[in-house]
Design a protein around this ligand. Structure first.
Ligand code: SAM
Length: 223
């Protein structure tokens, strides 16, 4: 496939529904996107298959240990043979994901996503692997899997051929025309006393384009 994701996680099962429905399912079936899941626990060293331990210096929770995570990432990247791919670690402390970065990632052939759990990663994972730290927003989730799905979902939509109509990624919010989306309507024409704006039913494409430009949302409630 033109774009391949390799996801390293302690919970590969979380991705099952995500990969087997809708647009992503079709993109994978059509060979446009590849997603490989790697269970970090495979690289655990002891007989208990441990991947986490308590933090030195005290404090709550557990940390992902360096040896299994570093070995896992190195083994996965070595399996590519050629280039190591773009290595990204999900962390709330990372650079905040936005559409500009999504567009940059969509031009990569291979993206490796490292998902954290517990209270995050032993620092040496960053020191040794030098991943790009990436956050999906200023809030804390319990693992990097949902953030990794957000990255895959946003990026795969920009891969040529994935969306039914190649315009759909261009016409929308944060697209090259810079505007946020305009209000849209489908049937029924009238619902609970709210009617679809007359101009949208007019068939006058210039008038519709003008109306849409004028009604582009430049500031939503929480922006
Ligand atoms: N102790 C960490 C802190 O205070 O920043 C939070 C760890 S969080 C409970 C566990 C894992 O979830 C993180 O290692 C990361 O992989 C993932 N995660 C949580 N929130 C995230 C976010 N907003 N963006 C990206 N990854 C996130």
């Amino acid at each position: 496939p033109p774009l391949r994701f390799d996801v390293l996680t302690l919970f590969p099962g979380l991705f099952e529904g995500f990969l087997s429905e809708s647009i992503l399912k079709r993109a994978i079936r059509r060979g446009l996107i590849g997603v490989n899941l790697w269970d970090i626990r495979r690289w655990a060293l002891d007989k208990h298959r441990s991947v986490d331990d308590t933090p030195f210096g005290g404090g709550p929770g557990m940390l992902m240990m360096a040896p299994p995570v570093v070995s896992a990432v190195e083994a996965v990247q070595a399996s590519f043979g050629d280039r190591p791919g773009r290595l990204i670690a999900m962390t709330p402390a990372g650079r905040r994901l936005d559409q500009a970065f999504v567009e940059e990632l969509a031009r990569e052939p291979r993206i490796v996503l490292l998902c954290g759990r517990y209270e995050g990663f032993d620092q040496r994972i960053f020191d040794i692997l030098r991943p790009e730290p990436l956050s999906i927003g200023d809030y804390v989730l319990s693992g990097g899997e949902v953030p990794a799905m957000a990255v895959i979902d946003a990026v795969m939509r920009l891969v040529p051929g994935v969306l039914g109509d190649d315009q759909s990624a261009i016409d929308e919010s944060f697209g090259p025309d810079g505007g946020l989306e305009y209000p849209q309507y489908t049937r029924p024409r009238s619902y609970r006393g709210l009617d679809v704006p007359e101009v949208l039913l007019s068939g006058d494409h210039a008038a519709i384009a003008r109306w849409r430009r004028q009604h582009r949302r430049t500031a939503g409630p929480s922006r």
